[in-house]
Ligand binder design. Structure first.
Ligand code: MLT
Length: 404
């Protein structure tokens, strides 16, 4: 008889954003007259930039030409895109990378989940709490998280690194040293970030303990403060201990078009084995390349017009972030985030649990947010709002929340 991967049976409930979508759909069905404003999932709302659309059109036409048609893309991505990534995202920050250290993919969510393939199931994982659920769930699926303990809402084989208000929602070094450490800065969900000297301490910690850091920098474009690092490779020694993930979703609106990349430095070795080589092997076997037209669209993000237009989009969302942050603070909420990230993290009022506040906001203000507890036990009593709505909807949502 065939056997399933029974680690899947240990997963509690459905994926956070699927649970929320179901709840909202049920409310909508019962209340068809209510105009719901969605500030829950971190999905963009602005259309793709004109430079990106032009590149897409041109690439689509190429696909219709006998001599310009493209079949399978190179495993790691077209050189034109990898070159643009290295020159624009890294060289400008003093980081040198080789072409074969860049792996173009169809999304950071899948990269973050798939990277575990190349690591032994025996590795001990360290995650922030609260945390982007993909890191935890994907490790649970592969059997690294142990068992889920409902009373504590924790997996018994994970190392949780609490991110609390008193440390600016940054993790502290755990007592038990993890083999694999997931860090995401600017942070999803808290919107917090850490300075370069703090990130350097994590790099030193990882090198000293022979751990690897999986660094998710999907929100890098939202950094506004000068002393916040854009890439982990700005830190000395990071190439021997860190893998970095970047996405085109949040900086250029590719949530529906799908494009991302992962950097695996060739200096990252495990007992003499090249991690880059393993990821290349995995990528070549299980992935057939991001579509040509989407990679051309990605290249256009780095053109002069593309850079200007996508920077304007980021500025648009950050105007929303400021509005939410300042508006809620004025209304007496305790808020953080929203300065280097498109997420605002607020304390629920009147000691409500995160899910109580979710229901309250949905029913009374018809506004959807994300319950902090969905990101981990230390998210209980918190709530996340995104700045990715339209300006008009953000103003209206804020107005409704203030009236509660
Ligand atoms: C979120 O809301 O946390 C984001 O949608 C996460 C993601 O990009 O998958």
């Amino acid at each position: 008889m065939f056997k399933i991967n029974d680690n899947y049976l240990k997963l509690p409930g459905s994926y956070l954003f699927s649970t929320i979508a179901k709840k909202v759909a049920a409310f909508e069905k019962a209340n068809p007259d209510k105009k719901i404003i969605r500030l829950g999932i971190g999905d963009v709302t602005l259309p793709l930039a004109p430079a990106v659309i032009t590149a897409l059109h041109t690439a689509v036409d190429e696909m219709g030409g006998k001599n310009s048609f493209k079949g399978y893309a190179p495993d790691q991505g077209y050189e034109f895109l990898r070159r643009a990534i290295i020159d624009n995202d890294f060289k400008t920050r003093g980081v040198e990378l080789d072409l074969d250290e860049v792996f173009v993919s169809d999304g950071s969510k899948s990269d973050a989940a798939n990277i575990g393939d190349i690591f032994s199931v025996d590795n001990k994982i360290g995650v922030c709490d609260p945390v982007y659920p993909v890191y935890v769930d994907s490790n649970a699926m592969s059997g690294r998280a142990g068992s889920y303990v409902a009373e504590t809402e924790r997996w018994d084989n994970l190392i949780y690194m609490p991110c609390k208000e008193e440390n600016g929602f940054a993790p502290e070094f755990p007592q038990e040293v993890p083999d694999i450490i997931y860090l995401c800065f600017p942070n999803n969900p808290t919107g917090s970030t850490i300075k370069k000297d703090q990130l350097q301490e994590w790099v030193d910690f990882a090198n000293k303990n022979k751990s690897v850091i999986i660094y998710d920098a999907a929100y890098e474009a939202y950094i506004s403060e000068a002393d916040v690092p854009h890439s982990i490779y700005e830190c000395e020694g990071a190439k021997t201990c860190a893998i970095e993930m970047r996405s085109f979703s949040k900086n250029a609106g590719f949530t529906g078009t799908r494009l991302a990349y992962t950097i695996v430095p060739k200096d990252l070795l495990c007992g003499g084995v090249s991690v880059n080589g393993l990821w290349a092997r995995r990528h070549g076997t299980k992935f057939n390349g991001a579509p040509y037209i989407i990679q051309k669209a990605g290249e256009a993000v780095y053109s002069e017009e593309g850079k200007k237009q996508t920077a304007e989009q980021v500025a648009y969302y950050m105007k929303n972030a400021k509005l939410i942050r300042e508006g809620l603070a004025e209304a007496g909420y305790s808020v953080s985030g929203g300065i280097n990230a498109p997420y605002i993290w607020l304390k629920t009022p009147n000691n409500m649990t995160s899910w109580e506040f979710f229901d309250h906001l949905l029913e009374k203000a018809n506004v959807v947010g994300t319950p902090g507890s969905g990101f981990g036990p230390n998210g209980e009593g918190y709530f996340r709002l995104t700045a990715f709505g339209s300006y008009e909807n953000t103003v209206a949502a804020l107005d409704r929340i203030k009236k509660l």
